[in-house]
Design a protein around this ligand. Structure first.
Ligand code: PLP
Length: 448
């Protein structure tokens, strides 16, 4: 299968290039040039997967996209090693369910995409005969998931840039305690500085001549496909409990850059029976405004309590337009979108706990608001909320709202007890450049 740039359908590359480049040369993002349907029979029998590890379903789905580029036994290994955790479906009540996407190593749904991409890069790096350097700027969450996926991998080095003092203590521990092939660089600046330095590195001719740089950023097609898996898993779990007769679901997706929603739309295109997607946002409402008015107006982001969705210019928007050939009427048939304030989100966290005894994180709470409003219009089917992070990742927000202690999972506690290990740096690109050149020359030297 080929992958084309959203800026030019004629600009196609193979999977290896799409994964290692991340972004097309013309600035577009990659899309698969075919999205094949599963058979009716496959969909009707999805319930059979509910008792198996998610990696089995992951293999069936990734085969559709990557089966011609990767040997199937190797692809199975990639699925088994990266998707080594589950996405259980929990009940709030008869009509509203929660798909828990936080059972990966960093307790956020970004583990799916980041780990799967890491395995793909590892696979392609094996044949490159050159060390691959993954260079990532992170504002907190994504970096941890990416670094975790690559930790202890031969032939791959990860360099993470994060703004000093601008990430939570927990996030910083997740970024700085992996060691080995993962280098955390603490930049004296803001996230935009980190991003600028990374961008400059990709354009620097000396660096390009000396090392193989790749980005693993959020728009990489390898990350997107891994997010298709859990939509099928949710449906499989519904089929398993409600039987063959069960037909349609709606999904409520807490959205920022809209990668998660895009993956859902791809799942639908592959034949998953989804009656509607709800794209719920915080006050960063570029997308809901677009759905209302037909005008896409990027804005500066506004800080909220669901901060992983503080995005004013969602970077997957071109993919969504592409899937619907730019036809907003068709998109409106499949997607309904709404924006909610922080007060409404806090209220939802409280309501979900009081009504159902369930502790929801701020992002999942935004999705809950979307589904609750949508169900008022009389939809009688089942609604599934994507719960994208474990509430303990947002203790400082959730605990005061609930007035109670949120239990911290073992994985987070262990990480909090480790010692931070970072390289301090100014926001001057030359300093990063020297660091990159030195570490690539001294591959076998432990850097600390
Ligand atoms: C990244 C993130 C989101 C938003 O997902 P998009 O794919 O960018 O729309 C939602 N919740 C959490 C916890 C996240 O980390």
């Amino acid at each position: 299968m080929k992958f084309y740039s959203t800026n030019n359908r004629g600009n196609t590359v193979d999977l290896k290039q799409a994964v290692l480049k991340g972004l097309a040369d013309d600035g577009g993002i990659y899309m698969p040039d075919q999205i094949n349907n599963f058979s009716r029979e496959f969909i009707e029998n999805l319930g059979d997967f509910a008792g198996s590890p998610l990696s089995k379903l992951a293999f069936e789905i990734s085969k559709v996209f990557f089966g011609d580029a990767i040997d199937l036994d190797e692809l199975r290994v990639i699925c088994d090693e990266s998707i080594n955790f589950e996405s259980p479906l929990k009940n709030l009540d008869k009509q509203i369910k929660v798909l828990e996407l936080f059972h990966g190593p960093t307790l956020a749904f970004k583990d799916f995409g980041a780990r799967f991409l890491a395995s793909l890069v590892k696979y392609f790096a094996k044949n490159l005969k050159q060390e691959v350097t993954v260079l990532v700027a992170t504002s907190g969450d994504t970096g941890g998931a990416v670094a975790n996926g690559f930790a202890n991998t031969n032939g791959v080095k990860v360099i993470l840039l994060y703004p000093s003092g601008k990430v939570s203590e927990l996030q910083e521990k997740q970024l700085t305690t992996l060691g080995g092939n993962v280098y955390a660089i603490e930049v004296d600046g803001v996230f935009d500085d980190c991003q600028r330095m990374v961008k400059q590195a990709f354009l620097d001719q000396d660096l390009r001549n000396n090392m193989f740089l790749t980005s693993a950023n959020s728009i990489n097609i390898g990350r997107l496909i891994a997010q298709v898996f859990y939509y099928f898993s949710a449906y499989a779990q519904m089929k398993a409990s409600f039987g063959r007769k069960f037909e349609e679901v709606i999904f409520s997706v807490p959205s920022g850059n809209f990668g998660n929603l895009t993956a859902g739309l791809i799942a639908k295109k592959m034949g998953l029976p989804v009656a509607k997607f709800i794209a719920a946002t915080n006050v960063n409402d570029t997308f809901p405004k677009f759905m209302e008015t037909g005008l896409f107006e990027a804005k500066p982001s506004i800080k909220t309590i669901s901060n992983a969705m503080d995005v004013g210019n969602p970077n997957n928007f071109p993919r969504i337009m592409d899937l619907y050939s730019g036809d907003i009427e068709k998109l409106r048939k499949n997607v309904w979108s709404k924006s909610y304030s922080d007060d409404e989100t806090s209220g939802a966290i409280r309501e979900i706990f009081e009504k159902y005894g369930y502790v929801m994180d701020p992002h999942g709470a935004v999705a809950y608001l979307g589904i609750k409003e949508y169900l008022k219009n009389g939809f009688s089917g089942v609604g599934i909320i994507l719960e994208t992070a474990h509430p303990a990742k947002f203790l400082d927000i959730v605990e005061p709202i609930l007035g109670k202690v949120v239990e911290m999972p073992e994985k987070l506690r262990t990480c909090m007890n480790k010692n931070k290990n970072s390289v301090k740096m100014s926001s001057d690109f030359e300093e990063l450049k020297n660091f990159l050149i030195n570490t690539s020359l001294s591959n076998n030297n432990p850097h600390r």
